[in-house]
Write a protein that binds this ligand. Structure first.
Ligand code: HEM
Length: 396
């Protein structure tokens, strides 16, 4: 698909070269409306997106199918069913507090240093720019390393999470489900021991990543899993299973979204964004060309907004990327302005399920893109996009 004229649903917009005129029309003309082709409500403007994400009547999963049928009863289903991202209710809210506290304590300087180092290593291999490794592999490896995995286990976890996330789209096949189940089993084996030993290891300050060599500081003593364990203890959370699932969740939440942020920043540079400050550019790309364009909600109770009622059982597609460009909340919304003051940004969600990993993702993307620019990277091609329903990831 190459133009908005043939567009039939806002889901297909995710992979257009320029979905933003289409979103702008929705914001102006149909800010909250039922889309017959999609069979769902679509929230497009900032007011509707805020209202939907703030409502307790709307849940992250259909009430009748908390876990996708294809993975129910498998290791992937067990992990999926314990993710804070995929659950609502009082226990999920408590666990979300634990997860958010652990991520808030993540050492972003250390994460950025590891991302820079893995990027330099990948580029040093020579040949074509290894975009796949830089966009997906490096961020996932860093998060695995923050969790204490090293000596190849970080690479293995990064590969396995690529298989795990295959079970998430509604379009997943039986093969995807099988691969995800095997990956979930392996990820538990990889992350279980460092999480268990996090309970006994002393908490120490992370060291700087060494400039060369293959060793880098890792292990529970400076790990994200130690922070997860400590936050759980502080909250009186006593169930290790969901902690392990959400440690796997750190990897799955990182994977596509951070790849999209790196890719979309490279596209902005290729289209002429001349920002000297890569960090400011990445933060504005978060708003301007959101790597996660939409999310969904499912009505458990009636939800009303702007005179419309969403009935129990109905779905809402929440267009985060459209709301980011609503002129009611961001002046001159279609201009890429690195350093924009106080932007309203919906890319990381809002309300109870707001993303707790935004700072980490931004640090990782900034480090990868900075290293590429330092290495003299340049590109001119207008990319196609992966055929995904919510992540906007260019094929570079
Ligand atoms: C550019 C990168 C990222 C983007 C655009 C992004 C976006 C989002 C969005 C939109 C949500 C909320 C979904 C919803 O309400 O339906 C979310 C949830 C979440 N994200 Fe991120 N994310 C990114 C990176 C990360 C990273 C690096 C981590 C952690 C390592 C992370 C951890 C989480 C978690 C744990 C949740 C679930 C929160 C909850 O449901 O309460 N994210 N993310």
């Amino acid at each position: 698909m190459s133009s908005t004229t043939t567009l039939s649903t806002p889901v297909e917009a995710v992979r257009l070269a320029d979905p933003y005129p289409f979103y702008a029309r929705l914001v102006a003309e149909r800010p909250f409306a039922f889309d017959e082709a999609l069979g769902a409500w679509v929230a497009a403007d900032a007011a509707a997106v805020r209202a939907v994400l703030g409502s307790g009547a709307l849940r992250v999963r259909p009430v009748a199918e908390p876990v996708p049928a294809g993975i129910a009863g498998t290791a992937a289903g067990e992990v999926f069913g314990e993710l804070v991202r995929m659950t609502d209710g009082a226990a999920a809210a408590r666990l979300k507090g634990v997860v958010a506290e652990a991520l808030a304590r993540a050492d972003l300087g250390h994460a950025g240093a590891l991302a820079a180092r893995f990027t330099r290593e990948a580029l040093a291999e020579g040949g074509e720019v290894p975009y796949e490794e830089l966009m997906f592999g490096v961020p996932a490896r860093v998060v695995a390393a923050l969790g204490g995995l090293a000596d190849g286990a970080d690479r293995e976890a990064a590969r396995a999470i690529g298989d795990f996330v295959r079970c998430i789209p509604a379009s997943a096949t039986e093969d995807d489900h099988r691969a995800a189940a095997a990956a979930a089993t392996r990820l538990r084996e990889l992350l279980g021991p460092p999480l268990a030993s996090a309970s006994t290891a002393p908490l120490t300050a992370p060291e700087a990543a060494p400039a060369s060599g293959t060793a880098y500081p890792a292990g529970p003593a400076n790990g994200l899993l130690r922070e997860l364990f400590t936050a759980a203890e502080r909250a009186g959370w006593e169930h290790p299973g969901p902690l392990l699932s959400n440690a796997i969740g750190f990897l799955s939440q990182t994977y596509d979204a951070t790849a999209g942020l790196i890719g979309n920043t490279l596209v902005a540079l290729a289209r002429g964004a001349g920002a000297a400050d890569t960090g400011a550019l990445v933060r504005e790309v978060v708003r301007y060309d959101a790597p996660v364009q939409n999310t969904r909600r499912f009505a458990a109770d009636t939800f009303t907004h702007a005179g419309s009622a969403v009935e129990p059982g109905q779905q809402v597609l929440v267009l985060l990327a459209a709301a980011n460009r609503d002129p009611a909340v961001n002046p001159d919304p279609h201009t890429l302005s690195p350093g924009r003051v106080n932007p309203a940004v919906f890319t990381f969600g809002a309300g109870a399920h707001r993303c707790p990993g935004g700072e980490l993702a931004t640090a990782l993307a900034t480090a990868v893109v900075t290293e590429l620019r330092t290495a003299g990277w340049s590109a001119t091609a207008t990319p196609a996009y992966r055929p995904l329903a919510n992540a906007r990831i260019p094929l570079l």
